[in-house]
Design a protein around this ligand. Structure first.
Ligand SMILES: Cc1cc2nc3c(=O)[nH]c(=O)nc-3n(C[C@H](O)[C@H](O)[C@H](O)COP(=O)(O)OP(=O)(O)OC[C@H]3O[C@@H](n4cnc5c(N)ncnc54)[C@H](O)[C@@H]3O)c2cc1C
Length: 354
């Protein structure tokens, strides 16, 4: 008789774990708080940018998700008023949410085809309400972080979306009034943007981003909403695969880059790692240690750079892009940056000042 496994959270890492486990003859039920695919809250539909070593990632998870990771055709970075077009190689645009074209829908269809069962509308607040051996994959939501004692920080933002046709693209904007960054990405006829920082963001700053979009990208976006997230970047020792008798996956497990907060690639890989923890726990622990090996170093690097005044960061950013390409590549070596699942980062091969 097939062994039963429960997974909490029908997001990326939870569904990828479910697919791997049914392939290993487990009977899998995924429990989800939202009424359907696309998660709790109002974030989705949304689009995001992420670097990824696609070949290595698909090999590791045993699933080709290329359709959900569309190569960016434009990657533009602004330091203040000055923009630069970088080489968009190795950067992918991902649609999240419940629309047919999203990565979530793609993974969901595969999970259903293989026989993973889903139970929606079930909010579980305590890990102790789940059977031993369950996988918890609840993403950026607070309840399980708090229940499991995972240290988090609150991150705030203003997000916006609107229909927009065009090639997959990503624009990132740093300025002296922005704590972390403002980014926008477009794919599948959808534009999504987010002003994001680790202290609350006044409406006036969102309006400055609106103005930036109007002036530089000729875009008029009116539909904005305020958002709060809990992110597990409050401790250098944050990544953890096991919590008591439970297995953690995705962002809850700390599979997130603490510098730029890329979490999609980490969620994809850690779905497989969490499934492996069920049937090959020692190997899973090794895989987890490998993919999260740079977390502590980058956590410390983020702390140091956060002490640099914002105006100076803008100057340093512009200056950095004038360095020889070989130096740039070394400084931002993906292996050292520690973004899970990223081996190459050729963003600097061609830099065009706008
Ligand atoms: C606005 C925003 C922008 C982002 N931008 C980027 C980006 O550009 N690039 C990038 O790489 N990453 C980005 N991230 C981070 C990335 O999206 C996440 O790190 C990643 O999706 C997490 O995947 P996951 O599998 O851990 O969780 P998710 O895919 O979020 O899935 C978690 C699921 O668990 C469910 N759930 C939560 N709590 C409970 C509960 N108590 N009971 C039952 N179900 C529950 C949720 O409803 C959801 O369906 C962004 C995140 C946000 C919110």
């Amino acid at each position: 008789m097939a062994k039963k496994i429960q997974i909490l959270g029908a997001g990326l890492s939870g569904m990828i774990a479910g697919i791997d486990l049914v392939r290993h003859d487990y009977e899998v039920t995924i429990i989800e708080a939202a009424a359907g695919l696309g998660g709790r809250g109002n974030f989705h539909p949304s689009t995001h940018a992420t670097p990824l070593d696609r070949t290595a990632a698909w090999k590791y998870i045993g699933l080709d998700l290329s359709q959900g990771f569309r190569p960016a055709k434009l990657f533009r970075v602004y330091f203040g008023e000055q923009g630069y077009d970088l080489d968009p190689n190795d950067l992918y645009i991902v649609e999240r949410g419940a629309r047919e074209t999203s990565l979530d829908s793609m993974v969901y269809r595969e999970a259903q085809k293989l026989g993973v069962k889903f139970e929606f509308n079930q909010m579980i607040k305590k890990h102790t309400d789940l059977p031993p051996g369950s996988i918890i994959a609840t993403g950026l939501f607070p309840e399980m972080f708090h229940a499991l004692g995972v240290p988090t920080i609150e991150a705030y933002g203003w997000a916006s979306r609107m229909p927009m046709e065009g090639e997959p693209a990503c624009v990132v904007y740093f300025d002296s009034y922005i704590g972390d960054y403002y980014y926008s990405s477009t794919t599948n006829g959808l534009f999504f943007s987010m002003l994001f920082q680790r202290t609350d963001v006044p409406r006036a700053d969102m309006e400055r981003c609106q103005d930036f979009l109007r002036r530089h990208e000729k875009l008029e976006c009116k539909d904005w909403f305020h958002a709060t997230n809990w992110i597990p970047v409050a401790d250098a020792r944050n990544p953890r695969l096991f919590a008591g008798d439970k297995i953690l996956a995705g962002t809850l497990a700390g599979m997130m880059d603490p510098m730029f907060l890329f979490g999609i690639n980490g969620a994809v890989l850690s779905g497989r790692i969490a499934a492996r923890a069920v049937y090959e726990p020692e190997q899973a622990q090794k895989d987890f240690a490998y993919y999260s090996r740079n977390y502590a170093r980058n956590y410390r690097a983020q702390k140091i750079q956060s002490r640099i005044p914002a105006w100076l960061k803008i100057r340093l950013g512009r200056r950095m892009l004038t360095l020889p390409k070989s130096l740039l590549r070394n400084a931002l070596d993906p292996d050292k940056l520690g973004i899970p699942g990223v081996k190459e980062f050729n963003l600097f091969d061609q830099i065009k000042k706008l």
